[in-house]
Design a protein around this ligand. Structure first.
Ligand code: F6P
Length: 468
């Protein structure tokens, strides 16, 4: 319409004038036909679309005539509006065009994304990958996977297309079909011979690799460390979408991470198993569980498994209280006790037990809390004491149905964030809903067990000793 206005053709103008002078009973169909014919005659290459010719006919028809001759289609059912109320049909599209112009150019369609699983593994990672790949495929996004965390984007190879058929049958499998690495920090990457390695910033290699492969968005499945790297890549011009992962459940950006439920289930099974052997030998059984500086695994499994003492990092313990609880139980006839201790737990006057200091850019390896407690308790209770360190068994094996479900929901939601180009965000569970949050929230203060929270209160209410 705008074009027609700008370059009015003499013949059409004349036709319009003629039509205006001589009102005719000719049906609009006829008018459409003749207008179309004229238009085609002007531009033989074009076949006048019906819509255009209908509008031309309407415009050309005199008001009176149009009223009488208006075809049913053009004036559907409704009585023709009174003159004053009649709105020109062309106004609506003009308004819409103005709105679109104000909204600016459409963002580029997301076509290719790359996903990787950073840090340590967590049960449910494969459910995430499966959910993400399947839904991205539906959304017409091609997915590529980098193997072994960032290694696949730093070293040659290790970068491959992931199609729905590549993620078939992986739902019940632990680990990650892409592999994980908590050594592959691109901002502090070991380069050189083993033993003589130097830590180098190779982040530009990652950026180049992504750009060379026309990757629109980098999708990171990881914990706080991986998300911190994601934020740095965002600053370097790589759009990032995050999916929170850790069995430790210590990310403030989400109420729950997948992996926790499986770890708690496995640890609960271990507590059940320790009960029978503890009872048979009248022993104190100490079980050291993972979780770093957060006590979610220990407290949850300890309550679910019926432990007598639970020591978590958030509540530094007094060993005398622990010994007292065990002695009391003995006096009441319970000849054994189960003590759960989180790897990050520490005595009131002590520090966290570590196996080794972390390399630059990495956390220290925790361990030894269980054996230290055994040494502290030795001689304070009338029992033999044995210590079990459950270790990586908590991270291995088939994910629980809860973790498969949460992983699937996270994967699907992350594909949607990609489609909508809502980058710089990570998916999150709030209550029972999947939402999204800024990446920064994953790297903020860790989410720890509240010492006066409901979970702690429930533990105390059923007589569990928390050491402080
Ligand atoms: O963060 C998950 C976690 O399993 C912690 O609970 C544990 O301290 C740590 O990772 C173990 O890491 P790695 O696999 O490097 O020994």
């Amino acid at each position: 319409m705008a074009n027609r206005k700008k370059t009015p053709s003499k013949s059409r103008k004349a036709a319009a004038k003629k039509a205006a002078k001589k009102p005719t009973r000719t049906s609009a169909k006829k008018a459409r036909g003749s207008a179309a014919k004229k238009q085609n005659a002007r531009d033989p290459k074009k076949t006048a679309p019906k819509k255009t010719s209908r509008k031309t006919a309407k415009k050309a028809a005199p008001k009176k005539g149009a009223k009488k001759a208006a075809p049913k289609k053009a004036a559907p059912k409704k009585a023709a509006p009174k003159k004053g109320n009649r709105k020109p049909a062309k106004r609506a599209p003009r308004k819409a065009a103005a709105t679109n112009a104000a909204a600016g150019p459409r963002p580029k369609k997301v076509k290719r994304v790359c996903i990787l699983t950073g840090g340590g593994d967590a049960p449910g990672l494969n459910a995430v990958l499966r959910g993400f790949v399947k839904h991205a495929h539906e959304l017409d996004i091609d997915v590529f996977g980098a193997e072994d965390g960032f290694t696949g984007l730093i070293e040659p190879g290790g970068f491959r297309r992931l199609r729905p058929m590549d993620v078939r049958g992986i739902l019940p499998r632990g680990g990650s079909v892409l592999g994980c690495s908590n050594r592959a920090n691109p901002f502090s990457y070991p380069v050189g011979e083993k033993g003589e390695e130097e830590l180098v910033d190779v982040s530009d290699r990652v950026v180049r690799r992504l750009k060379d492969n026309d990757i629109d968005i980098l999708v990171l499945v990881g914990g706080d460390g991986t998300m911190a790297m994601g934020m740095r890549f965002q600053e370097m011009g790589i759009p990032v979408v995050g999916i929170p992962k850790t069995i430790d459940n210590d990310l403030a950006a989400t109420d729950f991470t997948f992996g926790l439920d499986t770890a708690v289930t496995t640890a609960t099974w271990a507590i059940d198993a320790l009960h029978t052997t503890a009872e048979a030998h009248d022993r104190v059984m100490i079980l050291e569980l993972m979780g770093r500086y957060a006590g979610w695994i220990s407290l949850s499994a300890g309550i679910a498994g019926g432990a007598d003492v639970i020591l978590i990092p958030e509540i530094p313990y007094d060993v005398e209280r622990v010994a007292k609880k065990i002695r009391q139980r003995s006096e009441l006839g319970a000849t054994f006790s189960i003590v759960v201790v989180g790897e990050g737990a520490r005595p009131k006057e002590g520090t966290v037990s570590t196996i080794s200091e972390g390399r630059e850019g990495h956390l220290p390896r925790l361990g030894g809390a269980g054996h230290r407690l055994a040494a502290e308790l030795d001689g304070m209770v009338p029992h033999e004491i044995r210590t079990t360190v459950l270790g990586h068994i908590q991270r291995g094996g088939s994910p629980s149905s809860f973790d498969r479900l949460l992983g699937t929901r996270f994967g699907v939601a992350a594909a949607e964030l990609c489609k909508e180009r809502r980058t710089g965000r990570l998916v999150s569970l709030r209550g029972t809903s999947i939402v999204s949050a800024p990446l920064e929230e994953a790297t903020a203060e860790p989410k720890l067990v509240a010492p006066d929270g409901q979970l702690v209160k429930a533990a105390r209410a059923v007589g569990i000793e928390l050491g402080g």
